[in-house]
Design a protein around this ligand. Sequence first.
Ligand code: NAG
Length: 434
Amino acid sequence: MCKADVLVVSVVAIVCASVAPGLARRSPNADLIEEYYVKGPEAGRYSNNLLEDAMLDVPGLIAKYGYPIEIHNAITEDGYILELHRIPHGRDENNVPDPRKPVVLVQHGLCSSSADFVVMGPGTALAYVFAEAGFDVWLGNARGNYYSRRHLTLDPDYKPDTGRNDFWTFSWEEIGSKDLPAMIDYILAITGKPGLHYVGHSQGTTVFFVMGSLRPEYNNKIISMQAYAPVAYMEHNTNPILGALAPYANSIEVLASIFGIDEILSKSPFYAWIGNKFCSDEAISQIVCSHLLFLIGGRSEELHNATMLPLKLAHTPAGISLRQLAHYGQHIHKGYFRRYNYGPISNLIVYGSFQPPLIDLSLVTAPVFLHYAEVDPFAALPDVDRLWRELGRPIQKILVPHRTFSHVDFMWGTEAKSLLYDKTINILRSIEDL
Ligand SMILES: *[C@@H]1O[C@H](CO)[C@@H](O)[C@H](O)[C@H]1NC(C)=O
C-alpha cells in the first residue's frame, strides 16, 4: 500500500468518528449571540428560528433544514486537519444518493467558512441550490478558520514567549499550495472520481490560481473552475480598509510578532459589538451597520437582507492568520500577483532571490470561467481583465447582470440564485452533458 493510501484510510477512520451523532456544535460567535440576542438587551427582537440558526454550526444548520450532511477531515502534507462539509444530494429534488452525481467543491473567501454557502437557507443559499440541482456538494474550510483550527502536532492556542506560533505562519499561498490539493485528493479518493468542478469565492479563487500555478499537476483534476469575484491582481482595489492597510503590509506582521498576534478576526468581540449595537432590525442605526458591511464587502443595497445580519455575524468572521491579510496588502501596494514577501534577506533563504517569485498564471491550465460584478471593490474591472488575459485557459468571462451586485452578494445576495447560481449550474450541466 502506498503512502497516499495509508493516509486515505486513516482519514476515513477520522470521518466515521466525527460523523456519528455529534452535530450539536455551535457557530463561531454563538456565545456572543446568546449573550446579546437571546438573554441580553436584544431579547425578543428576533424570531427564535433565526436565533437558533445563528447559534448552530454548519452541519447543525444543514441537518436542521432536512438535508443530508457528512463531516469529513482531510489532512494536509504539513499536518493541518481540514473539515469538509458534504451535502451528497438534495432534499426535494435529486434526493437519492447516486454515485454518478458530478462533484462540486466550493471554497469560501477571506475571514469566512463553509457557512457562507448555507446561512441564507434552502432556496437561496448556494449549497442547497446545487444539491437540489443534482450535484454532490463539498464545502471546504481553509486552515485556521473555525472548522479547520486543528493540526496533528501544533496547537493553535499555544502562545510562545518569543517569536510566532508555527501554526499561524501561513498566508493564502499555503491554502492554495497545500490545503486545496489535500481536499481535492481526499474528495476524489472518497468519490472515486477522476475530477471535480470547483467554485471559489474571492480568496477561494486566489488560492485556486496559486494551486494551478505552483502545483500544476492539479489542473488535470479540475473539470471546470467557476471563479466568483476573482481576485489575483489588486492594483485597482477600492476597498478603503484594505487600501489603507496596504502600504504597511509588512510592518503589520512585524508588529504582530512583537505583540504575539497571529490569529485575527475570530470570535471578535468588536464584531459582535457592532452586531449588537447597530444591527438589530428595528434599530435606526441598522443603516449604519449595513453601511459598515458595504464598506467591508462592497455596496449592495438592493440585494442585502438586513434581517439576516445577526445570522451572518454569528458565522462570520470565522478567523484567519494575519499573514493572509498582509499578503493581500503586498499586492495592492505594488500590483503584483506573487508569492509571500518575507523581506529581502529571508526571501533569499526561502526563494533564492531578493524578490518573491511571481505566480505564473499561464500555468493555470484548468478551464476557468470568471463571474464578476461591475461594482466589486475587491475584484475591480481592470484587475479582472488582466487576470483574464494571463490565465492559461480562460473559457468565459461573465458579468453578473445586476447594477449593484457586489462582493458579498456572491454568497449572501437575495437574488444570487437567479443572477448567478442558475447560470453556473447550466454551464456545469452542459459540460457534464446532463
Ligand atoms: C430576509 O430574511 C428574513 C429572515 O430570514 C426572511 O423572512 C425574508 O423573507 C428575507 N427577505 C428577502 C427579501 O429575502
